[in-house]
Design a protein around this ligand. Structure first.
Ligand code: ZN
Length: 333
């Protein structure tokens, strides 16, 4: 199991070659957890792609990325280095978050330090894309949040610890890379929020964290493959256990309320079909927390929170619309 707990360390000069890199062990308490997403849908890698591309998060995947980075990878495919660095750093962050309770403070510090260094390497590359930079900045916010319990929705905002502990990055659900050429950059400030359901009944989704992650992957696949979106349409998703997942980057307009209704409109989707079932109290609690955070960050009043059916002819989000209307009638806090 210790083989799974490798950490990449670069020489202080930070420059470059395989010779300047070494693999060291850092973990006495590394557990190498059995991750549950092995059944998850994954993008078929191109014939020449490294073995780790499209694989769900695991210690084995992170080790494969490290091996690729210190081997011939960067020479053969320099354009893939930012993706490798980001997946490695995000993966370390996700696993550190999952295992934080069982790690000593020094172990957690080392693992977060390795994650932070990876995000900083991406930001230091002059040719990194704006999307890669945003992912790296999101990652640094996540590192900061895990260190301090502060917000990862906005670096400067104060947030209930319950939300930051519960906000899961894209790597957690195995997101495919967004295609920025098919995304519209968000302009101005967000001024409203629209609530959706995923329309698939929870009995058909399953009731494990792995089945929820898989359901979100499928939503992204349908949005990108069948609807030609550049990414999953929603900015956030919430599962029946109350986990909140990051969807589309907040740098990009959502694709969830049809046409111009998406302008400056945050999209939040709860897994389930609330025409046929009720949302769980855990999901509603998380929706409350997320709305409070988003409204606080962007200055959105309660009466600018909507259900999808208020923009277009749809049953979405079922009876959750009654909750939305009650929410909207509340005084601003
Ligand atoms: Zn909807």
């Amino acid at each position: 199991m210790w083989m799974r707990c490798l950490q990449l360390v670069r020489h202080p000069a930070g420059t470059s070659t395989a010779a300047a890199l070494a693999l060291i062990l850092f973990s006495a308490g590394c557990q190498g957890p059995a991750l549950r997403s092995s059944r998850a849908w994954r993008e078929p890698p191109a014939a020449s792609a490294p073995t780790w591309v499209g694989q769900p998060l695991s210690w084995d995947k992170l080790q494969a990325i490290e091996t690729w980075l210190v081997g011939v990878g960067p020479d053969q495919e320099p354009q893939r280095v930012p993706q490798a660095e980001l997946e490695l750093a995000e993966g370390r962050l996700v696993l550190a978050r999952r295992e934080a309770a069982s790690l000593s403070p020094s172990q957690l510090a080392i693992r977060l330090g390795a994650s932070e260094a990876g995000f900083r390497r991406v930001l230091s590359k002059v040719d990194a894309s704006s999307l890669d930079r945003q992912r790296a900045r999101d990652g640094l916010n996540g590192v900061r949040a895990l260190r301090s319990g502060e917000s990862i929705t906005a670096a400067t905002a104060k947030v209930a610890p319950a939300l930051s502990a519960n906000l899961h990055p894209r790597a957690e659900w195995g997101a495919s890379r967004a295609n920025p050429a098919r995304l519209t950059r968000h302009m101005g400030t967000y001024s409203r929020v629209t609530i959706h359901h995923s329309a698939k009944h929870t009995r058909d989704i399953g009731n494990t964290a792995g089945s929820y992650r898989e359901a979100i992957q499928k939503i992204q696949k349908v949005h990108m493959r069948d609807r030609n979106f550049g990414d999953i349409g929603y900015h956030f998703l919430i599962d029946p256990d109350g986990r909140i997942y990051r969807g589309r980057s907040l740098d990009f307009q959502g694709a969830h309320a049809s046409g111009n209704n998406n302008v400056r409109n945050l999209g939040v989707c709860l897994l389930g079909n609330f025409v046929q079932e009720q949302p769980t109290s855990a999901a509603l609690r998380s929706l409350e927390l997320l709305l409070a955070e988003l409204r606080g960050t962007y200055g959105i009043p309660t009466n600018r929170v909507y259900g999808h059916m208020e923009f277009t002819a749809t049953q979405c989000p079922g009876t959750l619309i009654d909750w939305v209307k009650r929410y909207r009638a509340r005084p601003n806090r």
